[in-house]
Design a protein around this ligand. Structure first.
Ligand code: TRP
Length: 853
């Protein structure tokens, strides 16, 4: 690389030296033409112009008439010959001829510059900065010292039309700058030229690349190409364009997969490396800022490697290059899309090009191989392709811009001119900087299009979108499929007719170029660590969160009372659950119904046999009370089923606790009676006087009343209320009765427990009392079961979620009710129904006579 650099530096020096010795007259001599042709410099080497005519005003033209250079041998043992230009470029030749045409048209025009003729000097830049520099110097010098205007002190040229590539234009502009000669480039679009301090005399009739990269960025975004490769040539144009595109893509969701550079001196090995990257990358879209020069060898190798499936996005420099229109290119380049500069119409161009004949240029080195018999249409289609001139049209505009400016300059009225003391330019000695002033101001119309320059010398940003489609003969045709108008407000600049586009691989569907496929609704993007934002994984949303758009960055929480659906794409109302008539509810209903019926059955049996011994001896009134209370107990488990409402919540615990209290109070009463009856030791000591039916009722009533009071206080102070619980399961709303006051709840249960324990203790004391049918035994047993059920209930209740707590409670109610029913009444029913012979007082009292009344 450094070898190359020093070689280039050396060459460039030699180049300069070979054209003139560095003894330019000073600047001031331009402004004072009195210094006549005293010889002040020696021309060391000559470089012939390609075309030249004299005129009153001469303008220069620099075109890349060859696309290749041959470096001379630099062994420093002899004077190196000039760099040789190879590879005739018919396209640029057409541009040069367009300049001639424009000048000729202007010279013939009676309106524009009447009485004056324009002359031109056109040089070949060989599409390379070094040779461009030579051309720039040659354009300043002329053919020999004698007619070198620089040497004679006259102003050499008024303006230069050139150059094509930005890299060359930079060199040319640096050389012209000290002479303040304005240049108008027809193809140099590099954004670097906007620096007016560095390039004060630069104008152009092509939009600044800042607009092109903006357009490309919008195209990528529009087509959802979020993973793209960038390839550029090794020149300012490529460097600035890539820089600009990266800037435009910043903050968008388009990422650059790779950036590659085709080396200046084409190197097959490096090119193969780039192709390897292209082949292995997921980025199927490749944006290329380059021109035919380096694209030709690169594409030759690309085709040899037989790589397909790449969608090219071409920059303006090669999107209309007819070199690539051959049918052999179609499988590889078909579908290419890009922004082409504005086309125009030059009515006389195609006729004019056909007049070209080697005989008319006997000395022109460009035409040594031509016989004059060739058919231009077939052999040089690139030359004759004038249907929609773009760059040639730019050249045409540039020449007219100079002519119009000059015309305006010559129209200047002394005393109202733009220069010092309102002076005008001298008609016989127009200076380049004076022309620059008029160039900056000029506005004119060509074929309906207005041409002018802004303060930075730039022109109107307008592009056509061009798509490479297959023509009838298998060749590539440039089809216009949209436009980009930079003067439109943001967002409306790009217009694409997508249905007219043919994509790479002859596809009608937009190719996909992404690092990761987009995330469907229900998932969100999760950027991979250390990778660009375009490469991500799709993570399903958590339950309770959703994303309803593709490529969501975040999943959003569902609003209250809503939950995500299975796919996490929408929020649906949460399922409301409560103990209802599903299997559990039906089971509970059936069990409680059975219980209630059984109780009523027992009631019927007892009532029917109310005069038999076993019923009478066991205090029939209390038994009926117990049976009544038990029926209520069974039924109150039904209150727990169904949607909790304000009323059912209040009813639930209170109904249950009061009926249970009633029931246990009755059993307690019974136990007391049994205990009292048997502990009356002395006969006739009638303790039963104090436990007659009235007292019994009073006991039952007062014991129950306590519970009623507790319940009343509960209901008044903090009654249970229906509540929506989402604690247990966030995806559901469980409708339940909140107890309101847990203290009250536990008091109520505690009171029942207290009663049960008391009952148990008393019955336990009475269990051994004599008598074949000692009820105390059964009461003990029933209370044991009762307590066991309710002790088991507490942990189960606390740990059951939502509606199951209700089910647990009603099961506990049912279980304990059944316990009581069976323990207290099953033995008696057994005797009444199956062993009626035992249903006598004697049998019940056993052998001994007791003191039972
Ligand atoms: N717009 C390009 C530029 O400014 C056009 C171009 C002409 C070009 N010749 C080139 C680009 C050679 C790269 C190489 O340079």
């Amino acid at each position: 690389m450094s070898n190359n650099m020093s070689l280039l530096a050396l060459l460039s020096l030699l180049n300069l030296a070979s054209i003139l010795t560095l003894t330019y007259p000073s600047f001031t001599s331009f402004t004072s033409p009195s210094t006549t042709a005293t010889k002040v410099c020696d021309l060391q080497n000559s470089f012939e112009p390609s075309f030249m005519t004299e005129g009153d005003f001469v303008i220069g033209g620099i075109f890349p008439l060859h696309y290749n250079q041959e470096m001379p041998d630099l062994n420093c043992t002899y004077k190196p010959p000039p760099v040789k230009c190879n590879g005739f470029d018919p396209r640029a030749f057409r541009w040069a001829l367009t300049m001639r045409l424009a000048v000729e048209e202007i010279n013939q025009s009676p309106e524009l510059l009447p009485n004056y003729t324009l002359g031109y000097k056109i040089f070949d830049s060989c599409a390379y900065p070094l040779t461009g520099q030579r051309a720039a110097l040659a354009v300043l010098n002329g053919l020999s010292e004698a007619d070198s205007p620089v040497c004679s002190g006259a102003s050499p040229l008024l303006a230069v039309i050139g150059e094509s590539g930005s890299a060359q234009s930079i060199v040319v502009s640096r050389i012209l700058r000290p002479f303040r000669i304005p240049m108008i480039s027809y193809f140099s679009s590099c954004a670097c030229f906007t620096d007016r301090r560095k390039y004060p005399t630069f104008f152009r009739v092509i939009p600044n690349d800042d607009y092109q990269v903006k357009a490309i960025a919008q195209l990528l975004l529009r087509l959802n190409w979020t993973w793209v490769g960038l390839v550029r040539g090794d020149h300012e144009y490529g460097r600035f364009a890539v820089q600009g595109l990266l800037r435009e893509l910043q903050g968008t969701n388009v990422c650059v997969a790779y950036q590659e550079m085709i080396p200046l001196l084409y190197n097959r090995q490096k090119a193969l490396g780039i192709m390897q990257v292209m082949r292995s990358s997921l980025a199927k879209v490749v944006v290329v800022f380059s021109a035919e020069g380096e694209m030709t060898p690169f594409l030759r190798d690309y085709m040899k490697e037989n790589i397909t499936g790449i969608q090219w996005v071409a920059s303006e420099a090669w999107i209309t290059a007819s070199v690539f229109t051959g049918s052999e290119y179609y499988p590889y380049l078909g579908g290419t899309i890009g922004f082409g500069i504005r086309k125009g119409h030059i009515s006389r161009l195609s006729d004019y090009l056909l007049t070209v004949n080697p005989q008319s240029y006997p000395n022109n080195r460009l035409l040594p191989h031509c016989t004059g018999q060739e058919t231009l249409l077939e052999q040089h289609s690139a030359y004759m392709n004038t249907s929609s001139p773009r760059v040639a049209y730019n050249v045409y505009k540039a020449v007219y811009a100079v002519a119009h400016s000059l015309h305006n300059l010559l129209l200047c009225q002394p005393g109202s001119g733009p220069f010092q003391n309102d002076s005008c330019a001298q008609q016989t000695n127009v200076l380049p900087w004076q022309l620059q002033h008029y160039l900056q101001e000029v506005t004119f119309d060509i074929a309906g299009e207005e041409v002018n320059f802004d303060l930075k010398g730039d022109s109107v940003p307008y592009y056509d979108i061009i798509n490479w489609q297959r023509g009838t003969s298998g060749n590539i045709e440039f089809v216009n499929v949209g436009l980009f108008d930079g003067t439109k407000p943001a967002g409306e600049e790009l217009v694409i007719q997508e249905d007219r586009i043919m994509w790479a691989g002859h596809q009608s569907e937009v190719p996909v170029s992404v690092c990761s496929a987009s995330c469907p609704p229900g998932t969100r993007k999760a950027v991979r660590r250390g990778e660009p934002v375009c490469c991500f994984d799709c993570v399903p949303c958590d339950s309770g969160k959703i994303s309803n758009q593709t490529n969501s960055i975040e999943c959003t929480f569902c609003p209250m009372d809503f939950w995500s659906n299975k796919d996490r794409t929408a929020c649906i109302p949460k399922k409301v659950e409560f103990l209802t008539y599903d299997s559990l509810g039906i089971a509970l209903t059936v069990i409680s119904g059975v219980g209630a019926f059984l109780t009523l059955g027992v009631f019927t049996v007892f009532f029917y046999h109310r005069n038999t011994a076993i019923v009478r001896v066991n205090n029939s009134e209390l038994s009926f009370f117990i049976l009544f209370a038990l029926t209520l107990c069974f039924l109150c488990s039904l209150v727990f089923i169904g949607e909790p409402t304000f009323w059912s919540c209040m009813l639930r615990h209170t109904a249950f606790s009061i009926t249970f209290s009633l029931c246990i109070s009755c059993i307690l009463g019974k136990t007391l009676v049994v205990l009292a009856a048997f502990t009356a030791t002395r006969p006739g000591d009638n303790i039963m006087k104090w436990l007659g039916p009235k007292q019994q009722r009073a006991i039952i009533f007062s014991c129950t009343l306590v519970q009623v009071v507790i319940c009343a206080a509960w209901l008044i102070d903090a009654p249970p209320y229906p509540s929506r619980n989402t604690k247990y399961e966030r995806s559901k709303i469980i409708l339940e009765c909140s107890v309101g006051s847990s203290l009250a709840f536990w008091c109520v249960l505690g009171y029942i427990g207290l009663q049960a324990c008391l009952c148990f203790v008393l019955a336990f004391l009475a269990r051994k009392l004599p008598g074949n049918f000692n009820e105390a035994k059964f009461i003990t047993f029933s209370m044991l079961i009762f307590c066991a059920v309710w002790l088991a209930f507490i942990p189960a209740y606390i740990s059951s979620p939502g509606n199951y707590a209700d089910a647990v409670e009603s099961f506990a109610i049912l279980a304990s009710s059944f316990g009581l029913l069976f323990c207290l009444f099953a033995p008696k029913c057994y005797i009444i129904l199956l062993k009626p012979q035992k249903n006598t007082k004697q049998h019940l009292m056993g052998k001994e006579k007791s003191s039972m009344p």
